[in-house]
Design a protein around this ligand. Sequence first.
Ligand SMILES: Cc1cc2nc3c(=O)[nH]c(=O)nc-3n(C[C@H](O)[C@H](O)[C@H](O)COP(=O)(O)O)c2cc1C
Length: 158
Amino acid sequence: MSLLRVVYYSRQRVGRQQEAIADQLADILQASIANNRQHGITGAMIMDHRWVVQVLEGRPGPVTTAYQRIACDARHSDIVLADQTTVDERRFPYWWMAGAAIEPDMGDLVRRWCGDEVFDPSRMPPRRLVDLTEAVVTAYMERAPVPVPRAAAQHPQA
Ligand SMILES: Cc1cc2nc3c(=O)[nH]c(=O)nc-3n(C[C@H](O)[C@H](O)[C@H](O)COP(=O)(O)O)c2cc1C
């Protein structure tokens, strides 16, 4: 089955405090997981005090519809479609949508993937954005005191 992977970045409008970011991320993820599982969409997103990066993957129709809806959401702005590619396999087959805040102590990860102290997705190639998203989400889940439920049990392998 042909799959579409969309990668975008945007400016977040949820506030600069880590707590506000975590709260909003939780709200967004709750709605995303419920909707995405109905439409066979998987992916991941990361957010810091300035930016959002999200990867959406699934059948082209549902992914495009979801992207258009997400792009109208006032919790972010200045959306830039960084990449839109047909792929054979999902990069995030286990998550209807995983999400993580880039926390202040993730400097090593940011340096490794961004080649800089400062996270600026507008200066990163799409492939690196996907790599960084995966690395941040994985690091975040590994440190979570309560394991974040994965979609593995629920996800129909594409
Ligand atoms: C950064 C960001 C990412 C989002 N990602 C998704 C997503 O993957 N799937 C989704 O259904 N909604 C996502 N949303 C939320 C949608 O914009 C919208 O609020 C939601 O789909 C409405 O769902 P509802 O009609 O079930 O309330 C995202 C919103 C933001 C700000």
